[in-house]
Design a protein around this ligand. Structure first.
Ligand SMILES: [Zn+2]
Length: 266
């Protein structure tokens, strides 16, 4: 596969492969970010922490902090590097497993793989979830949480691609047209789509919507919007856009267009 195709569907589908950490860890190391505000322990059952992970984590953390900010209190994150799942399990999924991860509370469990761009993407995605979890007491709506994670992941992978002098290609999912959600359906989703095709459309469209809102508001105002939607008494997604940022019906229609693929793809 010469294109870099990967999305959260892979990670979600593979989450079942991660076994509870039961074996003793062979090695661990600590990294800090944001002037020590974020302490990160990397651990592995192997003898060393791969250089690839040590080099990629700061890139992904930077992309996540840029989009979401740094927690107000000192925080700790544990990243456990796991072995790839057994071959027969990978075969069963029909996925090409290059890098995948899952975040739960203050832990990210990760199979790093060997591709720096894919690793940056996966780390960026999960770090986005983790930083949102640390900064806000209430999880944002599904479209916003996953769309933001995909946007951060893309930024992390782009930054990594520049470092490695590579081109990042993220073609839109196949059969997207057949499984697209309307804007109303997308923002109303409370559970993950079940089929792989619907899931791929969901992640693509959620990222497109978040990206469009981020572009219109700019990073600082987008952070305000995120905070408003991560509250216990969060308003409907469009109320702050209309009342605080004066979005008109025309603007809402423009957003609806952004979650549809253009004629040449994007
Ligand atoms: Zn996710």
């Amino acid at each position: 596969m010469n294109c870099i195709i990967w999305n959260s569907v892979v990670a979600l589908s593979l989450a079942c492969f991660f076994l509870p950490p039961s074996r003793a860890q062979a090695v661990s190391t600590n990294l800090t970010f944001a002037d020590g505000q974020i302490a990160c322990e990397l651990s592995s059952q192997r003898e060393t922490i791969p250089d690839l992970v040590l080099a990629t984590l700061p890139v992904a953390m930077d992309a996540a902090r840029k989009a979401i900010g740094t927690p107000n209190e000192p925080v700790r994150l544990s990243i456990r590097l796991l072995e790839p799942p057994p071959f027969y399990k990978r075969l069963k999924t029909m996925f090409q497993v290059e890098a995948y991860a899952v975040q739960e509370n203050d832990e990210i469990r990760l199979h790093a793989g060997h591709d720096p761009l894919k690793l940056a993407f996966r780390l960026g995605h999960e770090l986005s979830h983790w930083l949102v979890y640390k900064r806000y007491s209430v999880r944002p709506p599904l479209w916003l949480d996953e769309g933001l994670a995909q946007m951060v992941a893309g930024s992390a992978a782009e930054a990594c691609a520049r470092t490695h002098k590579q081109d990042l290609e993220r073609p839109r999912p196949p059969k997207l047209d057949e499984h697209m959600y309307s804007l109303g359906e997308l923002i109303a989703l409370r559970t993950y789509p079940r089929s792989a095709a619907c899931s791929a459309a969901f992640y693509w469209q959620a990222e497109a919507l978040v990206g469009a809102i981020h572009k219109r508001l700019g990073p600082a105002e987008f952070a305000v919007y995120l905070g408003l939607l991560c509250a216990a008494d969060a308003p409907a997604w469009d109320i702050p856009l209309r009342e605080r940022w004066y979005f008109s019906d025309w603007d809402l229609n423009w957003l609806a267009e952004q979650i549809r693929p253009g004629p040449n793809g994007k």
